[in-house]
Design a protein around this ligand. Structure first.
Ligand code: PMP
Length: 364
């Protein structure tokens, strides 16, 4: 099977073996050593000296944690959205009572840092900017370095959904001045779903001390005190995912972050070139095409569902369709975490055979 969706991602054999392990006491010494080790290694991947917490939940839980720990009902926030997940971040903030100013970009385009500058200069009441680093739904990586620079100019809080980028695409959290950055285990980390990982800057802690949104499960104060005082999480952690994570982080350390980032760039380049050589076109603006997911425009006369079915049943290749308004209009190849160019070759070869079949089955 060639599982090429943008998460959950395949798990390397060495990591898979580590998942098959008996439970341990999550209030005991062995877990304390494990969480400290995992946290220390995660800080290297986040490129931060600040706090990093491991929360049991999926990425969306981490996004909720970022919002409820730093904001109060009635706070105005600028939500930069160029896709399905950007919209989710903003809706989530609205649900907890934030006053959202939407800055929306066409799906497939990148967010424009200049437009963010304009929005911030027009409304001084904005407290925070919420942005998606890598918009998985459209295959676009936003220019977070430039966006962060603008947000710093205005001294606003910057909350980042880096769920499908961190550990695969460069995101130096401290150097860029990102305040809360969220990622999740089933993406670039090559482990099962179950853990959200978040970094928290000093500025975010200051905001936290004033933040009044309701929170219980996601409370950063509790996470910090349990981690530092006891080597624990406040609630029962997804232990099996922790077992995998420590093994995967060791593999990532061996490869080295710059090499991992370069590998993702290389694999993505191969995916884009291959797609174009099949006569297909990329959905996003190519200059901002993501290194973790390639979104491909469905050619005329091709039913995406049928194409995905043929790929799955006849070639063992699992790709993702489009979400929401992009359903039936695009398909997506996930290439993050445990992936090499050879995997992309297999996907491209399967597509080469499946595309004409999908076309003839629709028209024939
Ligand atoms: N944001 C982005 C950019 C994502 O790619 C995803 C998962 N596809 C999410 C948020 C949601 O994460 P989860 O499904 O782990 O809650």
């Amino acid at each position: 099977m060639q599982l090429r969706i943008p998460g959950p991602t395949p798990i390397p054999e060495e990591v898979l073996q580590k998942l098959n392990k008996q439970m341990i006491n999550h209030r005991g010494k062995e877990f304390a050593e494990l969480i400290h080790d995992v946290t220390r290694r995660l800080k290297d991947l986040f490129q931060t000296k600040g706090d990093v917490f491991i929360l049991t939940g999926s990425g969306t839980g981490g996004m909720e944690a970022a919002v409820v720990n730093t904001l109060s009902p009635g706070d105005r926030v600028l939500v930069v959205s160029n896709g399905f997940f950007g919209d989710r971040f903003g809706e989530l903030a609205e649900r907890f009572g934030a006053e959202v100013s939407w800055l929306r970009f066409e799906w497939g385009l990148a967010a424009d840092p200049e437009a963010i500058r304009q929005a911030l200069s027009q409304d001084n009441s904005i407290k925070a900017v919420l942005v998606t680093h890598n918009e998985t739904s459209t295959g676009v990586t936003n220019d977070l370095a430039s966006i962060a620079r603008v947000v710093r100019e205005f001294d606003k809080l910057l909350l980042v959904d880096a769920i499908s980028s961190l550990g695969s695409i460069d995101l130096p959290v401290d150097a860029w001045g990102c305040d809360v950055v969220v990622t999740a285990s089933q993406k670039g980390f090559m482990v099962p779903p179950g853990l959200a990982m978040v970094s928290v800057s000093d500025r975010a802690w200051q905001a936290h001390s004033r933040a009044r949104m309701p929170r219980y499960y996601w409370d950063f104060t509790l996470a910090k005190s349990f981690l530092e005082r006891r080597g624990q999480t406040p609630w029962t952690p997804a232990l099996t995912t922790f077992y995998g994570l420590i093994a995967a982080l060791k593999l990532m350390e061996e490869e080295g972050l710059p090499n991992i980032i370069a590998r993702h760039a290389r694999v993505a380049r191969r995916a884009r070139e291959g797609i174009k050589s099949l006569g297909l076109s990329l959905f996003p603006q190519e200059a901002f095409a993501s290194n973790t997911v390639t979104a491909v425009r469905a050619p005329d006369g091709i039913n995406v569902k049928e194409l995905l079915r043929i790929l799955r049943e006849e070639h063992g290749v699992i790709l993702a369709g489009g979400q929401e308004r992009l359903e039936g209009r695009i398909f997506r190849i996930g290439h993050l975490g445990y992936v090499e160019e050879a995997d992309i070759e297999e996907v491209l070869e399967a597509l080469r055979v499946a595309l004409p079949k999908a076309a003839s089955r629709v028209t024939g």
